[in-house]
Design a protein around this ligand. Structure first.
Ligand code: C2O
Ligand code: CU
Ligand code: CU
Length: 522
């Protein structure tokens, strides 16, 4: 491990994972990385599942402000007919899953008042938001429900967190949205219970727009579709099946064996509907894809009835537009990643179908959704060769330090855990301290698949196992998919706000089982 002219360097328990790479060799790690993801165990639904491509694709409703820049969301139990003829109880933002979409303008601050009428504490995080720490949804900044009596400070596994700001019933979250236009999403982030809370329905979209993006002439209006992809499983009584140790999600965190590596379902939902179908014009569409699954990875392809693969033209990443489009035929997407894609249905016979498939799935989980090309139509949309000119171009030489983090399996509190640098999450420990404005290079190594997410700061991917980044690593990201045995270098600038933030694995079960750490920006 060389020093690269850096002033300070912390190596946190990196030996093991580097040893893995040394022992297997890069070519083997590349081979491992090409194998289908084994990123969790799959639950089997106990109700009959509908045939694919029958249910129409729902588009989540846009939330109406109560005043300029002010919104209110009630978190409450509701039920929905997700599978035809089956009632499924959910935990929701505003009564629906996904929750309502918030549409914002860059730099136009938004305050969302959340009211917790669920039976457990909650906390909301705007994923991808450049948000002051007080509104970033730190896992112990809980909003308690009425009459919550659970003992202790509830900082997880009995650890007290003196810095937690706990409120009763409601909390205002303020988002300056001083950031690039992008598809963000909001979801629960409760200490130790994030995975089951998202699984039960606590997730919604937040789209930030600006004039420059709108002037590009990209497909818009009904030809811009948000697609929140998430897998679930259904128990015999119609409830969402989840292998929680404490089904009420009140006190005891964790999941049963064999789901410790991640929980996957056998039903693929898009915007809350199973294997839906959407009628389209024979024209370009902008697909804003989010993988909101807890643990399932997808490798997407768009296939016509006669077996032709359509181009997936990537125009944006997690944190907004790319500098220039990148064309994919196959696109891997890890939990929490977003890809902004343009697909052109012109040339598909009218009445024909384009299926969005997951090459990593087996049986029914190979299907995702379908588009039925209903009619010929005029199309004045464009994909400009130059999309955005404002991408940061941080260089290695800008970095004032390099840090190493190993994402590996291990033990915590006497049981199975997922660790960063050999340690499970502790709200009381500062893992990274950095100064506002510092540029840093981080080298992240993985034993198995880990989608690593940084709060606050978008980053760029510099290298994968010493080689250039992959085509889908382009642009500004906030979540990067580490593949087994891989070492990924990223560069970022800790810009925006001071305070306590997080980075963590976004396999939601790993996150709940310790794979999270603190960033203190001073
Ligand atoms: Cu999408 Cu810390 O999370
Ligand atoms: Cu986040
Ligand atoms: Cu992980």
């Amino acid at each position: 491990m060389r020093e690269r002219g850096v002033s300070r360097r912390r190596a946190l328990g990196i030996g093991g994972a580097l040893g893995l790479i040394a022992a297997t060799g890069l070519s083997t790690s590349a081979a491992l990385a090409r194998r289908p993801s084994i990123t969790g165990a799959e639950l089997t639904s106990a109700v009959p599942l509908p045939p694919p491509y029958q249910v129409p694709l729902p588009i989540p409703a846009t939330l109406q402000p109560t005043a300029q820049g002010r919104y209110e969301i009630v978190q409450r139990e509701a039920s929905a007919e997700i599978l035809p003829g089956v009632r499924t109880p959910l935990w929701t933002y505003g009564g629906t899953f996904p929750g309502p979409t918030i549409e914002s303008r860059r730099g136009g601050p938004v305050t969302v008042t959340h009211r917790n009428e669920l039976p457990v504490p909650t906390v909301v995080h705007l994923h991808g938001g450049r948000t002051p720490a007080a509104s970033d949804g730190y896992p112990t900044d809980l909003v308690l429900p009425r009459n919550w009596t659970h003992a202790g400070g509830h900082a997880g596994h009995g650890m007290p967190d003196p810095r937690a700001v706990v409120t009763e019933l409601t909390r205002d979250y303020t988002f300056p949205l001083d950031q690039r236009p992008a598809l963000l999403w909001y979801h629960d982030h409760r200490m130790d219970f994030t995975a089951p809370a998202i699984w039960r329905g606590l997730a919604g979209l937040h789209i930030v727009r600006d004039d420059a993006e709108e002037a590009l002439g990209l497909p818009s209006g009904p030809r811009e579709l948000p697609l929140m992809i998430a897998d679930r499983a259904f128990a015999a009584d119609g409830t969402l099946d989840y292998p929680a140790l404490d089904p009420g999600l009140r006190a005891r965190p964790g999941v049963r064996d064999p789901y410790l590596a991640g929980v996957m379902g056998d039903v693929i939902l898009v915007n809350g509907a199973p294997w839906p179908v959407h009628e389209v014009d024979a024209a370009r569409y902008r697909l804003r894809v989010l993988n909101a699954s807890n643990a399932r990875h997808y490798e997407l392809e768009a296939v016509t009835d006669d077996g032709r693969r359509l181009d997936l033209v990537q125009i944006g990443a997690d944190q907004g537009l790319l500098a220039a489009p990148v064309t994919h035929r196959l696109l891997p997407i890890a939990p929490a990643e977003r890809y902004d894609l343009v697909v052109d249905f012109k040339g598909v016979p009218i009445g024909g179908r384009v299926r969005l498939l997951n090459r990593l799935g087996t049986g029914r989980t190979r299907d995702v959704m379908a588009f039925r090309v209903a009619r010929a139509a005029a199309d004045d949309s464009r994909i400009p060769a130059a999309l955005a000119a404002d991408l940061p171009d941080w260089r290695r030489s800008d970095a004032v330090r390099v840090r190493d983090f190993a994402f590996r399996t291990g033990r915590m509190h006497g049981g199975h855990g997922w660790l960063i640098g050999g340690l499970p999450f502790d709200p009381a420990r500062s893992d990274v301290t950095t100064a506002l404005g510092d540029v840093e290079v981080w080298r992240l190594v993985a034993d198995v698949h880990h989608p690593v997410h940084l709060h606050l700061a978008g980053f760029r991917v510099l290298a994968r196992s010493g080689r250039p980044p992959l085509p889908h690593d382009a642009g500004l990201k906030d979540t990067v998919s580490l593949r087994p045995g891989e070492s990924v270098e990223i560069i970022t600038r800790f810009d925006g706000y001071r305070g306590r933030y997080l980075f963590h694995c976004h396999n939601a079960e790993h996150e709940d089982m310790g794979m999270m750490a603190n960033i203190e920006i001073t």
